[in-house]
Design a protein around this ligand. Structure first.
Ligand SMILES: Cc1cc2nc3c(=O)[nH]c(=O)nc-3n(C[C@H](O)[C@H](O)[C@H](O)COP(=O)(O)OP(=O)(O)OC[C@H]3O[C@@H](n4cnc5c(N)ncnc54)[C@H](O)[C@@H]3O)c2cc1C
Length: 327
């Protein structure tokens, strides 16, 4: 059992990760007048800060992802949410139920912790990928397929996600070239059947991507056949990469119940199996991996965390959040 670090900053609720789930959780926690601290290791916004246009957030026709995240951050801060820079590497529960959160920038003690560290898409690691992300390179068909109406695009991968998302892209695109490093798919039989039955989908077997090319936007990919060694190129205006996702849970292993992929298992209130620890957004198992669902998860976790603190510690909300708003 951890000792309480007397120098640790004390808060009602600590939120780890400043993507849509964390920012929505912070808004609700601060408005519930809980002292709320959000810790982010990079810049707030998470994955959504990477995308040029979000067109599926209900009520907003189209918005730059960074602007949406910035608006969420400002709104939560207006109600008193504080933000600290830091990469969280450990959480320990003390004898009194308080959670001690350790980051490379400091230590914090919280009555409840909401884990919103999201997930990182596995990258190909080829030239052009990072530079053209958001400009033809995508990791989310549900988000971006509509931008590729009547165009030819590539889908990279051979698992369930690649087929599922590839079929979604085919609703818009003229042609979908599935580029896969093996000579057969790993996807489930039903998804394979659907993919093979879709006339817009063509398969490029035993092939890897060596480079994504384009000046301001994607114009093609350079490929290599792993059997013949032959190099080639494909003219595409979009590249959808689905080769896996890694949730940011490495520091939580052996502390929480997770699925085989390392996503945190929660109930419908976003509660983990550890009292006072909640998980919301892409970090949790069975997330729909959208901004609106991540935000919804964050809100659910935050409301439950507020109730949990009242039940477990008998404390009412303590901070004068209204002062921050009226200031
Ligand atoms: C290019 C792209 C385009 C997208 N477009 C759309 C779209 O148009 N519409 C849509 O609905 N969805 C879209 N998505 C998906 C959407 O962005 C995600 O579903 C959503 O951001 C998940 O939110 P989250 O808060 O759960 O996690 P994330 O957005 O992943 O945020 C997690 C945050 O936690 C931080 N973090 C992680 N670990 C730690 C730690 N140990 N300590 C401190 N901080 C930590 C990370 O730095 C990150 O900022 C897109 C995704 C990508 C990659």
């Amino acid at each position: 059992m951890a000792e309480i670090d007397t120098d640790a900053k004390q808060c009602d609720i600590v939120i780890i990760g400043g993507g849509p789930a964390g920012l929505a959780a912070g808004l609700y926690a601060a408005r519930a007048r809980r002292s709320t601290l959000l810790i982010e290791r990079k810049v707030t916004g998470g994955q959504i800060a990477l995308t040029a246009a979000v067109e599926n957030y209900p009520g907003i026709d189209s918005i730059n992802g960074f602007d949406l995240a910035d608006a969420m951050h400002k709104q939560a801060s207006k109600y008193g949410m504080e933000t600290a820079a830091g990469d969280v590497s450990a959480i320990e529960q003390a004898a009194d139920g308080t959670h001690l959160v350790q980051s490379n920038e400091g230590a914090y003690a919280a009555r409840a912790v909401i884990l919103t560290g999201g997930a990182d898409y596995d990258k190909l690691g080829v030239p052009g990928e990072e530079r053209l992300t958001g400009f033809g390179v995508s990791y989310c068909a549900t988000c971006d397929a509509a931008f590729y109406k009547d165009q030819t695009v590539a889908v990279i991968g051979g698992g369930d996600a690649a087929m599922d998302e590839g079929l979604f892209v085919a609703r818009y695109a003229k042609k979908v070239l599935v580029v896969h490093r093996r000579d057969e798919l790993r996807a489930s039989a039903i998804l394979q059947e659907r993919a093979f039955a879709e006339p817009k989908m063509e398969f490029v077997w035993n092939t890897v991507v060596e480079e994504i090319v384009g000046d301001k936007t994607v114009t093609g990919i350079r490929t290599k056949n792993l059997v013949t060694g032959e190099q080639g190129s494909l003219d595409v205006t979009g590249v959808f990469i689905f080769i896996g996702m890694t949730p940011n849970t490495s520091y939580l292993r052996e502390k929480l119940r997770m699925d085989g992929g390392g996503h945190v298992l929660v109930n419908e209130w976003m509660e983990t199996d550890v009292p006072g620890l909640f998980a919301a957004g892409d970090i949790r198992a069975n997330s729909a991996r959208q901004v609106v669902t991540a935000a919804g998860d964050g809100v659910t976790a935050s409301i439950r965390a507020d109730h949990y603190i009242t039940d477990a510690f008998g404390t009412k909300p303590t901070i004068a959040a209204a002062a921050a708003v009226s200031a």
